[in-house]
Design a protein around this ligand. Structure first.
Ligand code: ATP
Ligand code: MG
Length: 587
């Protein structure tokens, strides 16, 4: 793919980046030195995420510093200083203690982005139980499946969600001993077989001492997005906090006065690692928005909260692009200084667009639920190659590998050759298990590598370029094509808002490239436009890679975390069973 570079301007240098020289930092970095940036539990009693995130700041100079500002759907605002967050999370840890919940027991939270979710998460970690977030839009079946896999003992949810989604499946989850209900509109709840959350919190003590925590104690259970199949429960340990902390500092460039906004829901790993843990360990203030995506609401928040560092996702960026640049210009967004994105490939067009409208480029970074934290990133101090995920974080060794004829994994050292993206195990936030699926876990490792299931290339300067998921790659007339490349080119056409590209079986070519295209406002799905797009793609991509078929659609299926579900486009195209669609966004 042809690429341009985006050099940094004065605007990008509002503060001196934490990582100034990539090669030097890589050379001098060690996980031991990263660990020294944290405090550890008093008297050498180990490492606990919630201690690093909250307790150590609440007992120090950041006591009255803003930790979270919560913005309610209907305009409410509530501030949580580190001191207040400490007290509330102590209370929740005591609630668990009083219920007889022990170390390692799984505490699930099913809720929208309300303060109780964040308090329960951190209180659970203080108590050394395992926090497992569930996305609030899940229906009863995905909730049941995940509770069953993790053998949840406690569920914290709202009265409304309980009545709509949990009541019917409650009896089938034998492990579930306690359901704590958050009353709607702050009213106490009175529902059989449940306990009122607020009553328990009011009765609990403000004081809680975190017990010795081994860095290898399990802390988090996170389900993957289910883009390629059945969601897996990835287990992470308390020691992961070293990676959360240092990647927040180096990849998201956190500085002490930052106001950070991670738009991800904690139902997905980004919303926990970077929506809760990393900003807190770094002692900065974060915005939590309960509301759903709405371009104007978002620009309004960036403006009114004077957000400096913003972490979002390609789907949201594409939706902003769809609403046009004029709206952005109505807002004063001069506080922004660093923009970053994760979750899906970030189309080069989106990087160029953000440079145009915000004066700042989005910095793409790559990681997975399994890796627990950012692994490959574009950094504040270095040039961006739009379309590239950037370079591995200090402490992370990434490689491109292939399996040879006898099945052994070998590293591809040549530049620009496609293979599977692999990582050398050993970073602190690497998952330690797929809950209850040891075989599936074992299969991820070979030849001394963790195999990510993604295909990528590395250019001669060490920048990684995403090609596609192994399962999504299209094989046509002897070529291997990643859908992302085709989707990105289509997006360069003024009429295209979004697209999903699949391989459609073909007797001659093995597969042909088919694109599902969502049009921007003001464009009609005519035969003429279809032909124009086919020709446009052919000019840019060449006949071998360009789509042979284009179908206009109102939307493409996405996971609730915003990823295009190409496997579903394909199943529907071929009239095959849809497979696991528990994470499919309803639209
Ligand atoms: P499942 O594993 O259940 O199919 P999933 O892989 O989508 O779901 P996540 O762990 O949430 O679940 O997502 C990680 C995946 O998202 C990566 O493996 C990669 O395919 C994609 N991804 C994340 N960030 C990027 C990025 N910057 N560029 C390209 N792809 C990305
Ligand atoms: Mg995955």
């Amino acid at each position: 793919m042809a690429w341009q570079t985006i050099a940094k301007s004065e605007r990008d240098w509002a503060v001196t980046p934490n990582l100034q020289n990539y090669e030097d930092t890589r050379r001098t970095f060690s996980w031991e030195s990263a660990l020294r940036e944290l405090d550890g539990l008093p008297e050498g009693k180990g490492l606990n995420i919630a201690h690093e995130a909250v307790a150590r700041h609440a007992d120090g100079p950041l006591r009255n510093h803003l930790a979270f500002r919560w913005l309610g759907k209907n305009g409410e605002v509530e501030d949580f200083t580190y001191g207040r967050l400490h007290t509330l999370t102590n209370r929740f840890a005591n609630v668990l203690q009083n219920l007889g919940v022990g170390k390692g027991d799984r505490v699930y939270v099913l809720a929208g982005r309300i303060p109780e979710l964040y308090i329960a998460a951190l209180g659970t970690l203080k108590h050394r139980a395992v926090f497992c977030p569930l996305f609030s839009a899940f229906g009863p079946e995905p909730i049941r499946a995940r509770l069953t896999i993790g053998q949840g003992k406690v569920l914290v949810t709202t009265q409304m969600l309980y009545e709509r989604k949990v009541k019917t499946i409650r009896a089938s989850v034998a492990s579930l001993e306690h359901v704590l209900l958050i009353g709607d509109d702050h009213r106490p709840t009175n529902v059989p077989d449940t306990i009122d959350y607020r009553t328990l919190m009011e009765r609990a003590s403000d004081a809680y001492a975190i017990q010795p925590t081994d860095p290898e104690d399990v802390a988090l259970l996170h389900f993957t997005s289910g883009t390629t199949g059945t969601p897996k429960g990835a287990a992470h340990v308390h020691g992961a906090v070293v990676a959360h902390h240092i990647t927040g500092k180096l990849a998201l460039d956190f500085h002490k006065d930052d106001i950070f906004w991670c738009t991800a829901d904690p139902g997905w790993v980004t919303g926990t690692s970077y929506g809760i843990i990393a900003p807190l360990t770094n002692g900065i203030a974060s915005i939590i928005d309960e509301g759903d995506f709405d371009a104007e609401r978002w620009y309004g928040i960036l403006q009114s909260q004077k957000v400096t560092v913003w972490y979002s996702a390609p789907t949201a960026i594409r939706m902003m692009m769809k609403t046009g640049p004029e709206i952005v210009r109505k807002y004063d967004l001069r506080s922004l200084r660093f923009l970053s994105s994760v979750g899906e490939p970030l189309n080069p067009e989106a990087v160029v667009w953000s440079k145009e409208v915000f004066g700042l480029p989005f910095h793409d970074n790559w990681w997975q639920t399994e890796t627990g934290g950012i692994m490959i990133a574009n950094f504040a101090a270095t040039e961006i190659r739009p379309g590239s995920m950037g370079r591995p974080l200090p402490g992370i060794e990434a490689a491109i590998v292939r399996q040879n004829g006898s099945g052994a994994v070998e590293e591809i050292r040549d530049a620009d050759v496609q293979g599977e993206l692999a990582l050398r195990p050993g970073w602190p936030s690497m998952f330690r298990a797929y809950w209850g699926e040891p075989e599936r876990y074992k299969k991820c490792f070979a030849g001394g590598f963790y195999l990510t299931g993604d295909l990528a290339k590395r250019d001669r300067d060490g920048y990684f370029w995403f090609v596609g998921r192994k399962d999504d790659v299209i094989k046509t007339s002897g070529h291997l094509i990643g859908p992302f490349e085709v989707e990105s080119i289509l997006m360069e056409h003024k009429s295209v808002a979004e697209s999903g590209v699949i391989g459609k079986p073909d007797p001659v070519a093995l597969e042909i490239v088919k694109a599902f295209v969502v049009l921007r406002k003001g464009f009609e799905p005519t035969e003429e436009l279809r032909r124009e797009l086919l020709a446009f793609a052919r000019t840019k991509l060449g006949a071998a890679v360009a789509p042979k078929e284009i179908e206009f659609v109102a939307s493409v299926p996405r996971t609730r975390s915003g990823k295009i579900m190409r496997r579903l486009l394909k199943a529907r195209e071929l009239g095959l069973p849809e497979g696991d669609i528990s994470t499919l966004e309803a639209n």
